[in-house]
Design a protein around this ligand. Structure first.
Ligand code: HAM
Length: 417
């Protein structure tokens, strides 16, 4: 017997599941367009080489990889960013920078399935490539917030933690850690809390760090504010000034209230180089809603010309959970529209004409495919959640009017046929 369930961690979307998904996708699309992002798309299957990096990232261990019949090493993309970099590199000379692009992409990761984490999810990606100004970070974050506002959430429903890898780099340099080890140290430090500090010490000692230095790094991650940072670093570094400027911009955009400096935000992907951020629900009960940051080396690392970039990925799973938890958010429970039914086969032609007239006027109409008794028709209408119904009996066939019943108020109105 074949199981009727989808493979573990994968989802089916029945029509009722699409209602929530469409709320999310529609909000993503309109926010991205509202903020001037152009849509792109790509194939789900990527070459494994492009996706694999060597920094000990979790994501590279989670890749669904396979060989095709010609022995090519391929994979289902776990994220969109390497593909975006490949697409930009392929046309780098012809594109007008800065690029502002968005996509809604299905991604696959062989993860341990927990609340908020599946083996397949959709991700809104917003990326700006070729713009060094911090305005790029802020525009991207503001766009993500805008999409949540369109969904019906408020700014105080979320909290966005941010930090800076450049700043953490300055702190690591100050502790005597070689710059070439920083990227790997970030990936390791991101595992803090997920693995024991002892296990983490072992990983970090492989970069030649002594227990004392590791303790110093751990202490650095206890920093609570930018004031604390100023006290640790010998001078006001560029990275610190950059963060202060970032906060000023957040204020201009009036989103500084939902944003919070948190040095322990590092992010698990190796390619980030600057400001990094991660959004959570305000109660911090769910997994991350979205995350991103600046990545300056990805294009050159895959063979493109160097280009600075910043972007984020915003998954559909956690935001769906959050929307479901909020009582005051209105998620449609049906597709709505108008049902057209008829009592006998003799009225079918008339019903077809009425349905098509209403459709031509822009109404969404479901036409009954066979004659039904009134009771059955109206009970079906209730189950499927139509807003209005037209039921045609023998007396209606010669009429120039259409009787439309509002299924909530039970009131009837008449329009010209
Ligand atoms: P990420 O943090 O790995 O970043 O994923 C971004 C978001 O995708 C997460 O915050 C979460 O909403 C969602 N997500 C990730 N994995 C899963 C999963 N297994 N199940 C459900 N949702 C998930 C990236 O992927 C970067 N490529 C984002 C980016 C774009 N950075 C720059 N541009």
């Amino acid at each position: 017997m074949i199981s009727f369930n989808p493979p573990r961690g994968m989802r089916d979307f029945y029509p009722e599941d699409m209602l929530l998904r469409n709320v999310i996708f529609d909000a993503w699309r309109s926010a991205a367009q509202n903020y001037g992002f152009a849509q792109y798309d790509a194939c789900v299957v990527e070459s494994l080489d492009l996706l694999k990096r060597k920094a000990g990232e979790e994501i590279t261990d989670q890749i669904y990889a396979f060989k095709d019949k010609s022995n090519r090493d391929l994979a289902l993309r776990p994220e969109m960013t390497p593909t975006l970099a490949r697409m930009v590199a392929a046309k780098q000379g012809a594109l007008t920078f800065p690029i502002k692009w968005f996509t809604i992409a299905q991604c696959f990761r062989y993860e341990r399935t927990t609340r908020g984490r599946k083996r397949e999810h959709y991700q809104l990606n917003l990326d700006i490539i070729g713009e060094p100004s911090l305005l790029a970070e802020v525009e991207i974050i503001r766009t993500a917030i805008k999409s949540m506002e369109i969904m019906g959430l408020k700014q105080n429903d979320i909290i966005i933690d941010f930090s800076s890898r450049t700043l953490l780099s300055d702190i690591l340099t100050n502790l005597g850690i070689n710059e070439e080890d920083h990227a790997a140290a970030f990936v390791a430090l991101d595992k803090r809390g997920k693995i024991s500090d002892e296990a983490l010490k072992i990983i970090l000692s492989e970069y030649g760090l002594t227990d004392k230095t590791v303790d110093q790094i751990f202490n650095s991650l206890e920093i609570k504010s930018l004031k604390d940072v100023e006290n640790i670093l010998p001078k006001k570094t560029e990275s610190l000034q950059e963060l202060l400027q970032f906060i000023d911009l957040l204020k201009i955009y009036e989103i500084d209230n939902c944003v919070n400096f948190n040095i322990s935000v590092i992010r698990g992907l190796a390619y980030y180089t600057g400001i990094v951020f991660e959004a959570f629900d305000a109660e911090r009960t769910l997994r991350a809603i979205f995350g991103g940051g600046r990545y300056d080396n990805l294009l050159s690392s895959i063979g493109g010309k160097p280009a600075t970039a910043v972007g984020l990925g915003f998954g559909d799973v956690v935001i769906g959970e959050l929307l479901n938890m909020k009582q005051d958010i209105n998620i449609p429970d049906s597709i709505g529209g108008t049902a057209v039914g008829y009592m006998q086969q003799e009225q079918q032609t008339h019903a077809i004409k009425i349905a098509n007239k209403l459709r031509a006027r822009g109404t969404n109409v479901d036409l009954a495919l066979s004659a039904e008794k009134a009771k059955k028709f109206f009970s079906r209408c209730n189950k499927l959640g139509f807003e209005e119904a037209v039921y045609i009996g023998p007396d209606d066939v010669d009429s120039n009017e259409i009787r439309i019943k509002d299924l909530k108020t039970r009131e009837e109105r008449t329009v010209q046929a």
